[in-house]
Write a protein that binds this ligand. Structure first.
Ligand code: ASP
Ligand code: MG
Length: 483
């Protein structure tokens, strides 16, 4: 393993941190602050907020021949980026026509995008490969914009096309990164810039396979940040978003929710998986493997110390760190009357889900039945038809999973009794305490979520450990994250 490069900090800015001129100014000041501390930032940016959604809509429109609609959407994005550029960058001869150069770059990118949309509309079919190509423009253009703004603010910056660094397989829409190839590309392209005291700026989310553009999946910029940080063995990875970090629960539902100051990688991964929107679960992996701390920080409130995610958090006096809820789930009950869970029965069930690439959130088994939950309904009719050949199947929607996460559940006797007595007024469907021993989850009706979160929070966080939770801050500033 290479030696850690502690001076390198990978700073990933989500869509809300680059959404307009004001946000990009805040981001620029944050990066300048890190440089004043003697750190060497590598900046990874998302597309401006909502741009990815709009690009996907444009791609879909083109795919159904709605050419003008697609071009109209692209036109709106072009104006938004050009306006931000004009607002952010001074146009003086002294800076060598930086604004003009940037405007030409932006125009060129959008001309290329429009050609692509026309092509898709002409064929009238959208492939996963062209969809990735369309959607990549968000990060391609935001990273060009941010590079210029940095330069305009005396931050020596160099744009790096992420597609030359984040090398992936060809699973369009959710490509798998090839870590050793990425490490080689980082060493070749990024390290020399750091040695010259320049700030490399690259788009998140996008990559390439044999020169063809790919993406890492929605929310994938965090993943890019972790791949870059992991590949270079950086000292820290900072995920800049618009919330103060990981909270004890959703502050929009429970106003007394507190910021969690330190949390383990495993806890954060469980939370991400179970619906806390601050972090993409896969972010965790490349960082965990090299033991690099990840900070979740708020670009609207940069002085706040955020949440530190680390391999070895300090012990906590309370059993749980956070409670998450995942809504819009469907529960599937599978009853095998004759087989009594005979050898191979579970495997044949999971094989069906696997075949339809349908992820399962939670499983519980009894002697003759299996219940499981899924968050996507698309493949359900086909899945149930197939399962119907080996068992009786029925499904029911509008369910939600409540997940309590904490390292210190381990070995605590009576903890589930405390959990369920505090919500004894709520009907609980399925219970699971995962093998990880750091999460307890159970299924309820969607309409009971708010009440369950309030009751559980009252029970477990009314006397919070000040080493772990930010008790001084009082109620947090809430800002629904759109990253
Ligand atoms: N822009 C991409 C998305 O919205 C990636 C990201 O922001 O992380 O999914
Ligand atoms: Mg994001």
């Amino acid at each position: 393993m290479s030696t850690p490069r502690r001076h390198i900090v990978v700073m990933k800015f989500g869509g809300t941190s680059v959404e307009d001129a004001a946000a990009i100014r805040r981001t620029t000041a944050i990066v300048a602050g890190r440089m004043r501390k003697g750190l060497s930032p590598i900046v990874v940016v998302s597309a401006m907020a909502k741009v990815t959604d709009t690009l996907l809509a444009a791609a879909a429109a083109a795919g159904r021949n709605a050419r003008e609609e697609a071009l109209q959407l692209s036109h709106g994005l072009r104006a938004r980026h050009l306006n931000a550029a004009a607002d952010l960058i001074s146009n003086s001869a002294a800076d060598g026509g930086r604004l003009t150069a940037l405007q030409l770059q932006i125009q060129h990118e959008f001309d290329t995008l429009d050609d692509l949309l026309r092509g898709i509309a002409a064929v009238g079919e959208l492939t996963a490969r062209s969809s990735d190509n369309v959607v990549s423009f968000g990060e391609r253009i935001s990273s060009l914009l941010v590079t210029s703004v940095f330069a305009d603010h005396s931050i020596p910056s160099t744009h790096v096309d992420a597609r030359t660094v984040i090398l992936t397989d060809n699973h369009y829409g959710k490509a798998a990164p090839q870590e050793s190839a990425i490490e080689a590309a980082l060493t070749e392209q990024i390290l020399p810039l750091i040695d010259l005291n320049r700030v490399p700026v690259m788009g998140g989310f996008i990559g390439s396979c044999n020169g063809i553009t790919t993406t890492l999946g929605r929310g994938g910029s965090d993943y890019t940040g972790a791949l870059v940080g992991g590949g270079l063995h950086a000292g820290a990875i900072e995920i800049w978003t618009d919330v103060d970090g990981i909270m004890t629960t959703d502050p929009r539902i429970v106003p007394e929710a507190l910021r969690v100051k330190t949390i383990s990688f495993e806890e954060a991964a469980e939370l991400a998986y179970f619906g806390a929107k601050v972090l993409h679960p896969a972010t965790i992996l490349p960082a965990v493997q090299k033991n690099i701390p990840v900070y979740v920080l708020n670009s609207r409130n940069p002085e706040n110390e955020g949440t530190r995610i680390t391999a070895t958090p300090p012990p906590c006096a309370s059993p749980f760190k956070s409670i998450a809820a995942k809504r819009k789930l469907t529960i599937i009950d599978i009853v095998a009357s004759r087989m009594l869970l005979a050898h191979g029965f579970l495997k044949s069930i999971f094989d069906v889900f696997d075949k339809y690439e349908c992820a399962i959130d939670m499983v519980s088994t009894s002697e003759i039945s299996v219940s499981l939950t899924v968050d996507s309904r698309e493949a359900l009719p086909a899945i149930c038809a197939e399962l119907g050949k080996i068992a009786d199947v029925k499904y029911e929607g509008n369910k939600a999973l409540i997940c309590l996460v904490g390292e210190d559940i381990r070995g605590q006797a009576g903890i589930s009794g405390q959990v369920f007595s505090s919500i004894s007024h709520i009907n609980v469907r399925m219970i699971s305490q995962g093998a990880s021993e750091i999460n307890m989850s159970f299924m309820i009706n969607e309409e009971d979520v708010d009440e369950a979160l309030r009751s559980l929070h009252r029970k477990f966080f009314s006397n919070p450990d000040p080493n772990i939770f930010d008790v001084a801050a009082g109620p947090p500033s809430t800002n629904p994250s759109s990253d």
